[in-house]
Write a protein that binds this ligand. Structure first.
Ligand SMILES: Cc1ncc(COP(=O)(O)O)c(C=O)c1O
Length: 364
């Protein structure tokens, strides 16, 4: 007799990350260097300071990590001018989206998100058997007015990724401020700032200010992007102590590994790597805009480390042709974009290879 999982799991589409390079190479029998611009990783690699600290600590791997992440929380508290009680560490920031669903959603309650934004909140809601409330995007951006008008007594969480993955579009401080002033206080607003470190625009929201004003916000950040620690799985959330303590109740012990905590703590000091990564991203962005324009490919201005490019035809064909040329982008059909690819911004050489391959594919 088969054992039945909870019925609400049946409809869930498992999150599909971009394939690892090794798998693509094996499947397509590709040899030599493959350019992977599919998972928004840092093309410059791991923060050297983090690497050094982790190498020194490797032999401590037999020890459990500090379950309270004392040093990392202390450093983050100092950086963001909050208390350690305001902070939770996650096994990647995705875990914290999941924790919020576990801690707050009753089956009859709703999580609101934009249709086309990062999928983890949708999956968390479905796991809980709760109701997902999807709001259409407006001109590729979150439609905050429509979100406000759609709030009901059952709305418990609003998830906003800023910028949106996979589009790269952003909300500004004045828009968020106005929005949050109207959100009722029975709603938790998750502001996912995974790409925060790439932002160079003054109008970007100061989300910690909303927290100081007493708003029910949970701000998420990650070490996976500019710090280059995606493989270690570590991110953090900042919120009111009572929200953090609810999230801590659903956390599994030792969710942030010892090496991840050590690497993340050291990465925060690696200003050289952060600045270099931002510079490479800005230059790559300008290059991709210029070349995509020449190729007459519709694309959006991005505030992250990736570019949304929409083609005149089904993206699968373009994706597969690029793969044959040893370049991997990301199809985003599960986000509702049938003709689009998300292209992570790479090193100058990687970006060039992507454009050269794209030229060939589009010509053919
Ligand atoms: C909006 C958004 N949130 C969260 C994540 C995942 O971050 P982490 O690696 O910290 O789990 C991503 C990763 O691509 C993302 O785009």
């Amino acid at each position: 007799m088969s054992i039945l999982p909870r019925p609400n799991l049946e409809a869930i589409k498992t999150y599909k990350p971009g394939k690892p390079i090794e798998e693509v190479a094996r499947e397509l029998k590709l040899e030599g260097k493959i350019v992977k611009l599919a998972s928004n990783e840092n093309p410059l690699g791991t923060s050297p300071k983090a690497l050094h600290a982790m190498q020194k600590a490797l032999h401590e791997s037999f020890l459990y990590p500090d379950d309270n992440a004392f040093y990392l929380k202390a450093k983050l508290a100092d950086k963001h001018n909050v208390n350690p009680e305001n902070i939770i560490i996650g096994n990647g920031s995705v875990e914290l989206i999941y924790f919020a669903c576990l801690a707050y959603l009753n089956p009859y309650e709703r999580l609101m998100r934009s249709n086309g934004s990062f999928l983890m909140a949708k999956i968390g809601t479905e796991v809980m058997g709760s109701v997902i409330q999807e709001i259409p995007l407006k001109e590729y951006r979150h439609d905050l007015d429509r979100m406000l008008n759609s709030i009901t007594a059952q709305t418990k969480i609003i998830y906003i990724d800023n910028p949106i993955n996979p589009l790269g579009t952003c909300l500004w401080h004045n828009e968020m401020e106005k929005f949050l002033s109207k959100v009722p206080d029975f709603v938790l607003v998750i502001i996912d700032e995974a790409y925060y470190d790439y932002i160079t625009t003054k109008e970007y929201p100061d989300s910690f200010k909303f927290l100081t004003e007493g708003k029910n916000v949970l701000v998420l950040r990650t070490f996976s992007k500019i710090h280059g620690l995606a493989g270690l799985r570590i991110g953090y959330g900042i919120s009111k102590p009572e929200i953090i303590s609810a999230l801590m109740k659903v956390r599994t012990p030792f969710n942030a590994s010892r090496l991840a905590q050590i690497g993340a703590t050291a990465a925060l000091d690696d200003t050289t790597h952060i600045k270099r990564s931002r510079k490479v991203n800005e230059a790559g962005k300008r290059y991709l805009y210029k070349e995509l324009k020449k190729l007459k490919v519709f694309h959006l201005q991005t505030y992250g480390n990736f570019v949304f490019a929409n083609f005149a035809t089904d993206s699968k064909e373009i994706f597969e042709e690029l793969q044959k040329r040893k370049v991997i982008a990301r199809m985003i059909k599960e986000y509702g974009f049938q003709n689009a690819l998300r292209i992570s911004i790479g090193t100058p050489a990687e970006n060039k290879k992507m454009i050269a391959a794209l030229q060939e594919v589009l010509k053919a």
